[in-house]
Design a protein around this ligand. Structure first.
Ligand code: DON
Length: 363
């Protein structure tokens, strides 16, 4: 009996090692394949971003059971930029509830650039979605806090819960965003004029520029993605980063609006909730399974990292992770039910993973 048990445990562990090796080798192959791709340009709307070495390239996958797979420049720190937006949207939902937030922002993709001012329409009374700049600024403007420092601390705490460690902003990026952000200022003042936001616009803009200037690695992005994939519980720390009920809201807007005017093509080709940032990061979520973080600063004309898009396409192809492929792989209804009750119980019990496994890494 005990011999039997040992044999099957060994078999499982061999299978798991083989699976781990396969994931690492897929990431390594994708890194090798796209390392030579030099298309695109590093964001240069502020000099601080233009200084980032263009060849940097990191890929990381973090699973909902706390495993990390990383390749290349996985720990290089860069500014999170627009990838902060869905997470701040989640905090606004927690602060005010869905009904109120829905009165302040829609969920419609614009098909326009992230900083478009054209679609701001007085009649709609709210920006289209929380991932274009207008909607993101509107969400930042309603984050609760006694004063600007308290609000900033609440954002830092939020990102600490998602990444599992303390987070800081790059002051020179923040100052440059602040001094050159005329378009964002115009968007915010137009929204004030339309009655879409209220309160102190300059304070809201400062907080928005601060959230864009937070420093993360692609490993952090993968862990943040895995936290969403794990219904809001960080798989490395066991800490809840966001109430489970709002994870669906966040993933929905990431799916439809995360890549702006590339969102439709992305949904078709990659089929995952995701968010890009002009710092060169891209975060994608395979719900229930893993988070993907990629960093490569050369961007296409829409402000999305070119290599990161290719890497995500490759990962999805290799693992059949397009959301509409996964849907057909689901276990039978009664198994789903069982699996979900276990997961809910785990989450309620804090899902403790105090000793996350060592990362799997390709040098
Ligand atoms: O609002 C801005 O201009 C930037 N700080 C953030 C832009 C960004 O990352 C757009 N996403 N691709």
């Amino acid at each position: 009996m005990s011999f039997q048990a040992n044999v099957s445990a060994e078999a499982i562990s061999v299978r798991q090692s083989a699976e781990r090796l396969r994931i690492l080798s897929v990431l390594n192959d994708l890194h090798l394949k796209y390392k030579s791709l030099q298309d695109g340009r590093v964001a240069d709307y502020i000099p601080q971003l233009a200084k980032v070495p263009p060849d940097l390239f990191g890929i990381c996958i973090a699973t909902v059971d706390g495993q990390i797979f990383e390749v290349g420049d996985y720990d290089y720190l860069f500014t999170i930029q627009s990838i902060s937006k869905p997470f701040v949207y989640g905090l606004a939902l927690e602060d005010h509830g869905r009904d109120y937030v829905r009165t302040r922002v829609g969920v419609e993709p614009t098909g326009d650039a992230f900083n478009s001012i054209i679609k701001l329409d007085e009649r709609s009374k709210r920006p289209h979605n929380p991932l274009v700049n207008a909607g993101a600024i509107a969400m930042t403007s309603i984050i609760k806090g006694t004063d600007p420092t308290d609000k900033l601390n609440r954002l830092l705490d939020l990102f600490q819960r998602y990444t599992g460690h303390s987070i800081f902003a790059d002051m020179s990026v923040f100052m440059s965003e602040r001094t050159t952000g005329h378009r964002n200022r115009a968007i915010a003042h137009l929204m004030l004029n339309f009655g879409m936001i209220d309160g102190n616009v300059d304070e809201a803009l400062d907080l928005y520029f601060q959230q864009c200037s937070l420093m993360v690695s692609c490993r952090d992005l993968a862990v943040m993605g895995a936290t969403l994939a794990n219904r809001g519980v960080n798989p490395l720390t066991g800490e809840r980063a966001i109430a489970a009920e709002y994870v669906r809201d966040i993933l929905s807007v990431m799916f439809t609006c995360g890549l702006y005017d590339y969102a439709g093509e992305w949904a078709y080709r990659v089929g995952l909730p995701a968010k890009s940032g002009v710092g060169g990061g891209l975060l994608a979520v395979v719900p229930g399974r893993f988070g993907i973080g990629v960093f490569s600063p050369r961007l296409d004309e829409r402000g999305n990292s070119i290599r990161a898009i290719r890497v995500c396409e490759g990962i999805v192809q290799e693992f059949g992770a397009h959301i509409f492929d996964l849907a057909f792989d689901l276990p039978a209804a009664h198994e789903v039910h069982l699996e979900q009750s276990t997961r809910t119980a785990d989450a309620r019990n804090g899902h403790t993973a105090s000793h996350p496994p060592e990362p799997h890494r390709v040098a």
